[in-house]
Design a binder for this molecule. Structure first.
Ligand code: PGA
Length: 252
């Protein structure tokens, strides 16, 4: 059975003190109100990861990074390795977010290396994929997203692929307040599950957690999470408020 997962992508928001305060508020609410086995992850910016990991210690909330480098170590000024992420106590790492692809020119090939490095260090990659509005309007969105999976994930062994979580995030829905309809989310998720089935077989496809991301909030999470192939969410803006994030977690 695949897991339900709700992950918060805090992006470049919150200082160390603010991040620790949000983490503590989140833990308190989760302990009080969440009584399910939904996996919960909070992903602060890198410089605050160790502090947030400490604040989450012993709680049901995991810490995750928003990126890591594909090389083990070396002369890569300003970068952070998967081992460094792991050493903070974090368990997850978001890879291939559309903002990384757009502003930092991350390619499918580079992401394949990042995913492998994350797995080597025992981190769970939350691999992001998604199309632009132009690609959707041109009718090439399914092919585009399938290609992202093929080129970044399909060289993994079956055992490794099973450790990856996938987040479908249509770029036109990120931070825009314009959510994909539940039909659009379900349609893409079922296309992706079929694509995974073609490579790794029905059982692996059925066990893969596929998250939706893009303007997911308390008001629409219930409808999105009710889709048979939507197994949770990657939440940006709404994860910056503990109350909203927990309401999303409670939407299953
Ligand atoms: P959003 O961001 O929820 O603010 O649209 C989602 C994401 O970028 O992961």
């Amino acid at each position: 059975m695949r897991k339900h997962i709700v992950a918060g992508n805090w992006k470049m928001n919150k200082t160390l003190d603010e991040s620790k305060a949000l983490a503590s508020e989140l833990v308190a609410l989760v302990k009080k109100e969440v009584n399910t086995d939904t996996e919960i992850v909070a992903c602060p910016t890198m410089v605050n990861l160790a502090g947030v990991s400490d604040a989450l210690k012993g709680s049901p909330v995991h810490a995750g990074a928003q990126n890591c480098h594909q090389e083990e170590s070396g002369a890569f000024t300003g970068e952070c390795s998967a081992a460094m992420v792991k050493a903070t106590g974090a368990t997850h790492v978001i890879l291939g977010h559309s903002e990384r692809r757009e502003f930092f020119k991350e390619t499918n090939e580079e992401l394949a290396q990042k995913v492998k490095m994350a797995l080597k260090e025992g981190l769970t990659p939350i691999f992001c994929c998604g199309e632009t509005l132009d690609q959707r309007e041109a009718g090439i969105h399914f092919d585009h997203v399938k290609k992202q999976l093929t080129e970044s994930l399909f060289s993994l062994s079956e055992a490794d692929f099973k450790k990856v979580v996938i987040a479908y995030e249509p770029i036109w829905a990120i931070g825009t307040g314009k959510t994909a309809s539940s039909d659009q989310a379900q349609e893409m998720h079922s296309v992706l599950r079929k694509h995974i089935e073609g490579k790794y077989g029905a059982q692996v496809a059925d066990d893969t957690s596929l998250l939706y991301g893009g303007s997911c909030k308390p008001g629409n999470a219930k409808e999105l999470f009710a889709c048979p192939d939507v197994d949770g969410g990657l939440i940006g803006g709404a994860s910056l408020k503990a109350r909203d994030f927990v309401d999303i977690i409670l939407s299953f």
